[in-house]
Write a protein that binds this ligand. Structure first.
Ligand code: SF4
Length: 93
């Protein structure tokens, strides 16, 4: 799927946005429960990998996206970008 066309197939389209983006000052226990529920939606989403790639490329700092929390994406982002750069360089040769 190219561009952002994948969004049409997002499992979260019919969900409350508040499940994926918590309020300011959210308590850790409530955040953990909300993120687990959001991840459950992501786990049955057919465009999860496109969503995660988009979030990593944009450096999205908020919300559960592609089945990951902001902290998890922070850990994934560096290796993801390195891999993308390597793939792009391989295509230029
Ligand atoms: S992976 Fe999660 S956040 Fe991304 S489109 Fe699917 S349900 Fe929505």
């Amino acid at each position: 799927m190219s561009g952002l066309g994948w969004m049409r197939h997002a499992a979260c389209r019919s969900e409350d946005l508040g499940l994926f983006f918590g309020p300011d000052g959210e308590q850790p226990a409530a955040r953990d429960a909300r993120e687990a529920a959001a991840k459950a939606v992501c786990s049955r989403c057919r465009v999860r990998s496109a969503c995660l790639a988009d979030a990593l490329e944009r450096g999205a700092r908020h919300g559960v996206l592609g089945g990951t929390t902001p902290a998890e994406r922070k850990q994934l982002r560096r290796s993801y970008l390195r891999r993308m750069r390597r793939n792009t360089e391989g295509q230029c040769r």
